[in-house]
Write a protein that binds this ligand. Structure first.
Ligand code: SAH
Length: 241
């Protein structure tokens, strides 16, 4: 009798676990469908009606519910930014997907991210690129993201705590740079650390005012071409004093 009880309890545990895991897969699939529909609707901004297949695969694979606080796991697959503590947010999946797509990441690339936050964007990039260097200014967030990324097996991501304004000179030059907090201007050290032919995505504008996601392209001769992509809303780029 007791054996049946133990077996029953075991089966119940396994079933409820797999149902839950399966539910997250279904929700993630739905989220990616929504992102793709939004990208098609935003064609005037992005210039493309769909995402590169590598970006779609990464969005499909990375488990966003593992990057948000426990209180937010039930919202993890909504196409929305969510609070991650310390007044910061994990970006909206649509924005993560569009920015990754606009960076035109290739499998041999070395990427710099400013604003690690939860580590979600870094994980998406790490699925496609060779290596990702990410800087976070809020120590506990940086430490937590580094631990999370390690435990998920992302050995090609390095996280550093500090002011991302100065970039990561020892690891430069980078094929692409992504800034995930809104700055007042393009930090000159970041531009310097971008390879000729490289791309930088950065939201520019003040807090509570309209910000624009900018695509900054460094030409082979070192000159720079910038283009506004779409209005966005990011947390502010802060400075260490
Ligand atoms: N990419 C993140 C989004 C985080 S929100 C994710 O996928 O979850 C932006 C982050 O930028 C915040 O965590 C904020 O603390 C950080 N940040 C702001 N200014 C910074 C700076 N000067 N250097 C590094 N990180 C900065």
């Amino acid at each position: 009798m007791r054996d049946y009880f133990v077996l029953g309890a075991f089966l119940y545990f396994c079933c409820s676990f797999s149902v839950q895991a399966g539910e997250y897969d279904v929700l993630r699939h739905k989220m990616v469908e929504e992102v793709l529909a939004d990208v098609a609707a935003e064609v005037s901004y992005s210039g493309g009606s769909t995402l590169h297949s590598d970006v779609v695969a990464a969005m499909q694979k990375v488990e966003r519910h593992l990057f948000v606080p426990a209180s937010q796991t039930s919202n993890a697959y909504l196409n929305r930014p969510l609070p991650i503590g310390y007044g910061q947010t994990i970006s909206q999946p649509l924005i993560v997907a569009m920015m990754t797509d606009l960076m035109q990441v290739k499998d041999g690339d070395k990427i710099l991210e400013i604003g690690t936050g939860s580590g979600y964007q870094a994980a998406i990039l790490a699925e496609i690129a060779k290596s990702v260097y990410s800087i976070e200014i809020i120590r506990p967030l940086g430490k937590q993201a580094a631990k999370r990324l390690k435990s998920l097996g992302y050995n090609n991501v390095e996280v550093r705590v500090g002011d991302g304004y100065y970039g990561w000179p020892e690891a430069s030059p980078f094929d692409a740079i992504i800034v995930t907090a809104a700055a007042s201007h393009v930090p000159p050290p970041l531009l310097k650390q971008l390879k000729p032919g490289g791309r930088m995505l950065i939201p520019l504008g003040m807090h509570f005012m309209t910000q624009y996601l900018m695509l900054v392209e460094k030409q082979m001769d070192g000159s720079v071409i910038s283009r506004q992509i779409l209005p966005v809303r990011f947390v502010p780029f802060t400075r260490e004093h």
